[in-house]
Design a protein around this ligand. Sequence first.
Ligand SMILES: *[C@@H]1O[C@H](CO)[C@@H](O)[C@H](O)[C@H]1NC(C)=O
Ligand SMILES: *[C@@H]1O[C@H](CO)[C@@H](O)[C@H](O)[C@H]1NC(C)=O
Ligand SMILES: *[C@@H]1O[C@H](CO)[C@@H](O)[C@H](O)[C@H]1NC(C)=O
Ligand SMILES: *[C@@H]1O[C@H](CO)[C@@H](O)[C@H](O)[C@H]1NC(C)=O
Ligand SMILES: *[C@@H]1O[C@H](CO)[C@@H](O)[C@H](O)[C@H]1NC(C)=O
Ligand SMILES: *[C@@H]1O[C@H](CO)[C@@H](O)[C@H](O)[C@H]1NC(C)=O
Ligand SMILES: *[C@@H]1O[C@H](CO)[C@@H](O)[C@H](O)[C@H]1NC(C)=O
Ligand SMILES: *[C@@H]1O[C@H](CO)[C@@H](O)[C@H](O)[C@H]1NC(C)=O
Length: 831
Amino acid sequence: MDPLPIHTIICLVCWSFCLLPFYASSSSRLLPDKPLSAGSTITSDDGTFALGFFSPSSSSTKYYYVGIWYRNIPEDNVVWVANRAMPITDPSSATLAFTSGSNLALSDTSGQLLWTTNISAARNSSSEATGGEATLDNNGNFILRSSHGTILWQSFDYPTDTHLPGMNLRITHKMHALQQLISWRNPQDPSPGNFSYSADPDEFRQRITWNGSTPYRRSLVWNNNLVVGKYIESIKSTIYYTLQIIGDEVYASFGLPVPSVSVVLMKIDYLGKMKTQIWNSNSSKWTDLYSGPNQECNKFGYCGPFGYCDNTQPIVTCKCFDGFEPNNKQDWMARRFSQGCHRMEALRCGQGDGFLNMSTMKIPDQFLYVKNRSLDECIAECTSNCSCMAYAYSTMRTNAIDEDDTRCLLWIGDLIGTEKFIGQGENLYIRVNGPSDKNRKSNVLKITLPVVSSLLIIICVCLAWICSFGGKQRNKKIWKKLMSGTSSTSIELRDGNLKYPFINFQEIVLATNNFSNSNMLGHGGFGNVYKATLEDGTEFAVKRLSKGSGQGELEFRNEVILIAKLQHKNLVRLLGFCIHGDEKLLIYEYLPNKSLDAMLFDATRKSMLDWPIRFEITKGVARGLLYLHQDSRLKIIHRDLKASNILLDAEMSPKISDFGMARIFGSNQQQENTNRVVGTYGYMPPEYVLKGVFSVKSDVYSFGVLLLEIVSGSKISSVHLKADFPSIIAYAWSLWKDGNTKDFVDSSIVDSCSLNETIRCVHIGLLCVQGSPNARPLVSSIMSFLENGDISLPPPKEPVYFAEDNHGTDGAAENIVNSKNNMSITALKGR
Ligand SMILES: *[C@@H]1O[C@H](CO)[C@@H](O)[C@H](O)[C@H]1NC(C)=O
Ligand SMILES: *[C@@H]1O[C@H](CO)[C@@H](O)[C@H](O)[C@H]1NC(C)=O
Ligand SMILES: *[C@@H]1O[C@H](CO)[C@@H](O)[C@H](O)[C@H]1NC(C)=O
Ligand SMILES: *[C@@H]1O[C@H](CO)[C@@H](O)[C@H](O)[C@H]1NC(C)=O
Ligand SMILES: *[C@@H]1O[C@H](CO)[C@@H](O)[C@H](O)[C@H]1NC(C)=O
Ligand SMILES: *[C@@H]1O[C@H](CO)[C@@H](O)[C@H](O)[C@H]1NC(C)=O
Ligand SMILES: *[C@@H]1O[C@H](CO)[C@@H](O)[C@H](O)[C@H]1NC(C)=O
Ligand SMILES: *[C@@H]1O[C@H](CO)[C@@H](O)[C@H](O)[C@H]1NC(C)=O
């Protein structure tokens, strides 16, 4: 991406035209009598941009191009290229010059035309032919003017892959051609690649990234604001994205209120990602403020018709709309979503048809825009036509287009390309069957009405009996939900397969002795756990979730029911749940032996855990984790795996608890005021602490820490090690490096252990806590490492250590704010 190095030019020039003096221009203008050749550049007045010859290639056979780049940015600095597809092979022979008309042309000495402005108007008058000039302005726009000062051509009208602030990208094509950004082929080749970015040819309200001629990603649909602002914390400024109507056409632009403060640009990269980038002069790097598609799920059509990509959950994945189910369940579970979903119950198209309200959505593609409709008219329009699957409505607040400030969108047919976000998007209303119109003819209705209503009363009584939720108001609310909600509610009640689908709150209060401290089994950031004993002697554990989990009841229930379906002998069984006011309780099986940490780190009790037991525990935890990561259909990342979350049953078999909490608390991730634990210091991998990035490899890191704890019998941040080492990871590494790993083994198991096995476990533990997630093994590999002692292990590198910091040892919460995802992670010390 560097401009042609001057010494190369000097050599080239000197070699071929030894006697010609080397001439370097630093003007901001190109004049008819001063052509531009390799080695000279045109510089904008303020020195930001340069235009000249450059080669993006680092290989020895170089191709050269004429382009515009940021002068003060060393990498990825090219913003415009003239001869994209017609490279110059010998830069000493090429010049950019005015032609006999007022056009600019790039040609080589053999006379081959490589690029031209090709403006026919410029050829018109001979008086203009003599006088023109081309200037590079401070926005990076190269402008060709006639001698009268009229703009004949400008590079901003012919963008390559970059949209700069100040540039208006034409996104309608009434009178003019549509403008688009076209990616480079690869970072060293500016010729047009497969990806482009432009408005939907039929609909300027949405922009599309194309892979060839197929949509690859869609933008959000322009809503009621023609100006959208996005505050960027790192520069304490707001980026504005604007639609403007100029003449007949609509143009898109963007920028900062004070353009000179920071360098920002939008660009489509060669892999098809549309990015908004900012130059960080501190680190000398481009930082992505936005980049999409971010995940598979964000690709257009990935979730198929009537599926949507849910970006609100920790694991971004496809879902069916409520009341829909996958067309092909096997594919869906194997994460092949493209076949989409269908209605569980066919549309009846009756009078009482309603709409399911989905908020913060990227509304689907292929909408029908109906002009000049009020909200009620828009709803009526959709209701009255049974092919209408959904609508979305908004009123334009600024600069109405076509003097119509309404925006009624209808969908006839499949809903495709839908996504759900946190805090952006709009309401989408999806047609659902009316609740009580099984019978279309009204006289039939009259006859069946009394029957139906008495049935309802019976159901009502039954429900009230099954689930007494406390106060009457609550009952009403739940009842309303059951009735108005989608059919999924009752279906889940039927095959939810929970032992205590709803359990009476009063019963729990009784069984836990009013949540007395003496019944408390443990506590953590998600809430306290109590032992409960029913009158008949049945024992179970109750997790009383911290208040303010904020999740709606329906989502909470759905998540709990999903998680309750996960069953594995190394996972604690979730038996049921209870909602009472803002109390949310989870009912678990009761395990008599408490948690691993209570035994492992207790001087007297640890002797009960000899090495064979510890090794079995290790393998059990790995099996449970493997199930969560790979085998369960939810693909759960635990995110808070630690000794206190491993419970032991009567046979000392381990059971992982607290899994799925990230899902249960999921939709509330963005709120800063919740007291969630999404990790415990020491167990959290560096990429999670620093960037908020988590993956299955984050759990592997935590597993590694756990493994080291099991072998050493010391806590990750054990006090007696602290003097010399920040954590047992550092301690383990130090011993490993010096070949003294046997000193790491807990003295209370030395007699019972196989030294090979323990050393192998330390080795595996060190592999798991490698700084780079890619260097850590998958749980499936760990499983085979543990079960087959013959498999040779790669040598570990020095891991990354995290010292527990000194603040918050009193249990105070500490916020790590990840501004990139707008997500705040509240980390609470384990204990
Ligand atoms: C110039 O434009 C004309 C008409 O728009 C086109 O036919 C011709 O191929 C163009 N020439 C070059 C060199 O691009
Ligand atoms: C160019 O010339 C044609 C005919 O000679 C004329 O119709 C047109 O307006 C001229 N364009 C400009 C930009 O002067
Ligand atoms: C562009 O797409 C074609 C197939 O349509 C493919 O063969 C080619 O490799 C792609 N090029 C790049 C740079 O991705
Ligand atoms: C783009 O489309 C081509 C086929 O036309 C496909 O091979 C390629 O994988 C697609 N690229 C991406 C990034 O999806
Ligand atoms: C660059 O560093 C300065 C001083 O350390 C700081 O004030 C500024 O916010 C940093 N800028 C960015 C973009 O990080
Ligand atoms: C749909 O839901 C959103 C968010 O919950 C709410 O603001 C909006 O008013 C709802 N629409 C209707 C028609 O109830
Ligand atoms: C919008 O519709 C109303 C009647 O519903 C009509 O009076 C008005 O002229 C229409 N406006 C436009 C701009 O079409
Ligand atoms: C429903 O809308 C579609 C698309 O506008 C139209 O083709 C169809 O005729 C309409 N059907 C009825 C019954 O109005």
